[in-house]
Design a protein around this ligand. Structure first.
Ligand code: AMP
Length: 541
């Protein structure tokens, strides 16, 4: 049979071209790193991106070269998001909160040739400059006026580089399976591992994410990604929003509740961030008696979202919460909690229970749970097992590893432990390495933590297993109280007791002023265990 359909390579330049051609006037409002709030649109972003592609090529960049990008969420970052792959190069997102050794490792490992960085982040690169083996040029994403003094030789001013280009440029044609971006996992043990997204996987993932049972965006939405573009492929929003032609609000580097609230007031209808951001925001709204007049939906993931956050958003502010699960290796979204008819049919409390799960996977993501021997486990909402994933945007092999990250049948071990209910709703109960095993039975640390943070005086909680001679391990809760009087430990345990069997209730509540976090804001239980051991912590007898 002759070929009857067109070849339409799935490359991300098509996304920004679509936004510029069909949604040219949708606004991007941004808190610039320089300070003022700026405004642009998709047409301008595309034109600037073309100039950046030209500028990169003038510096010698060739297809497949890796460009490290360390930048906050601004509209300029969008120019880079498309200008780098538009030159055929690969956008390696750099998290400025990584430890210096990790940054050095990933920049050298990915062989970044050029760095594009916000001007306030120059000191970070300056501090590691003499250890970087492959970087030839550093472009500072600002104008001449804001160029910093620096010991890094020959800093290039972004706006000057772009001003030299005419913008008349065809995107560099690349195969849809060629690399588009790299994000390293924030692993707490061992070296970070590079996940290389292709043009095709990013485009397919954005199409998947835009569907109604995922993010459900439209050109009528104004989207504010609080989650940084450098976390886990920016939760795909950098591709999904322009693909849909949404307007955008970019919060810049100001992550305070005051700063974010100011930006929400630019008509934001949809926003995205980890739970901690929203816990602080909800406290701020209550304390200042503020409202959220335009916000309709918020996607929350990266860590388990406490029930109280979901309840407060929905009941007090009329904002629907989409609880989501994913990971860097999955581009990143794996499941989103939207309502199937079985959930819509439940009463309010039942729907809220369902929202404690992270929802169901879309087409192009396949999941299963197994026991330790690889036997598939039932979808009864009770039996937990190792969670495995397959999909069009799931990692096959980490950068420069010599073997695949999937088993012989193509399943990737997510490292998470979950239950799946008969309707296909996934509840994440633990990271495999954080599972608490007492008397041979698993206790979900995430469920314990969620129960504890329901106490009004608890800001954050971590449940960990402490070695026990008889039971193998016993759970304890490590709690950060909110400012003010310390909560009564018995009250916290009483709250936990409402949801757990007696043998699952923690043996102790330890108060701390803060918990150790990874660079992506997750509680580092490895570090927490080390700290408690160093302090000589002993379980109560
Ligand atoms: P990262 O690759 O840094 O985004 O981390 C991914 C990990 O975050 C997952 O493997 C989970 O352990 C955790 N995670 C993400 N979303 C959720 C969620 N909604 N509930 C519980 N854990 C989550």
């Amino acid at each position: 049979m002759t070929v009857v359909m067109q070849d339409f390579p799935l490359t991300v330049d098509k996304i920004i071209d679509h936004a510029a051609k069909y949604h040219p006037n949708r606004k991007l409002v941004s808190r610039s790193v320089e300070g003022p709030i700026t405004e642009t649109n998709w047409l301008n972003v595309r034109n600037q991106a073309k100039k950046l592609s030209q500028g990169l090529i003038s510096l010698g960049v060739r297809p497949g070269n890796v460009i490290g990008v360390m930048a906050w969420n601004t509209s300029r970052h969008f120019e880079v998001w498309y200008g780098v792959p538009g030159a055929g190069a690969v956008n390696h997102t750099l998290n400025p909160r990584l430890f210096a050794e990790q940054l050095i490792y990933i920049i050298n490992h990915a062989e970044d040739r050029i760095l594009l960085i916000d001007f306030d982040l120059v000191p970070i690169i300056e501090g590691i400059w003499d250890k970087l083996e492959t970087v030839e040029n550093v472009i500072v994403m600002t104008d001449r006026e804001h160029m910093p003094e620096s010991s890094i030789p020959n800093l290039i001013c972004y706006e000057e580089l772009l001003a030299k280009q005419d913008g008349i440029f065809d995107w560099v044609a690349v195969d849809e399976n060629s690399p588009c971006g790299i994000c390293y996992t924030s692993g707490t043990t061992g070296d970070p591992k590079g996940v290389v997204y292709t043009h095709r996987s990013n485009t397919l993932h954005a199409l998947t994410c835009s569907s109604p049972d995922m993010l459900g965006l439209s050109s009528n939405d104004t989207v504010m990604p609080v989650v940084p573009l450098f976390h886990a492929n920016g939760w795909s929003i950098g591709y999904t929003a322009p693909m849909i032609g949404s307007s955008m609000v970019m919060p810049g580097r100001d992550m305070t509740s005051e700063g974010l609230y100011e930006m929400l007031n630019f008509g934001v209808t949809f926003t995205a961030a980890v739970p901690t951001i929203w816990m602080l925001m909800l406290q701020h709204l209550k304390a200042k008696n503020l409202e959220l007049p335009t916000l309709e939906r918020v996607i929350i993931g990266g860590a388990s979202c406490p029930r109280a956050v979901i309840e407060t958003f929905q009941n007090d502010y009329g904002v629907q919460v989409l609880h989501a699960w994913g990971m860097t290796e999955m581009s990143p979204l794996g499941t989103v909690c939207t309502f199937k008819p079985e959930v819509t049919a439940l009463d309010d409390a039942g729907r809220l229970d369902a929202q404690g799960t992270t929802g169901h996977p879309p087409f192009s993501v396949d999941l299963r749970i197994t026991d330790d021997n690889g036997a598939e486990q039932p979808w009864d909402g009770e039996t937990s097992g190792k969670l495995w994933a397959k999909g069009a945007a799931v990692v096959q092999r980490y950068l420069k590893h010599d073997s695949d990250a999937v088993d012989k049948d193509g399943w990737f071990d997510t490292g998470d432990v979950a239950t799946i209910n008969p309707d296909g709703y996934v509840r994440i109960t633990d990271r495999s390495k954080d599972v608490i095993k007492s008397g041979g039975e698993w206790i979900s640390s995430i469920a314990l933590e969620n129960a504890a943070v329901a106490h009004p005086q608890v800001a954050e909680a971590a449940a960990i297993g402490i070695p026990h001679p008889k039971w193998d391990e016993r759970p304890i809760l490590v709690v950060v109280p909110i400012d003010g009087p310390k909560p009564d430990p018995r009250e916290i345990l009483d709250l936990v007791a409402e949801h757990f069997a007696k043998w699952q209730i923690p043996d102790d509540v330890v108060f701390v002023s803060e918990l150790p976090h990874t660079a992506t804001g997750k509680i580092s239980k490895l570090e927490l265990r080390k700290i408690l051991t160093a302090q000589g912590y002993k379980l109560p007898q």
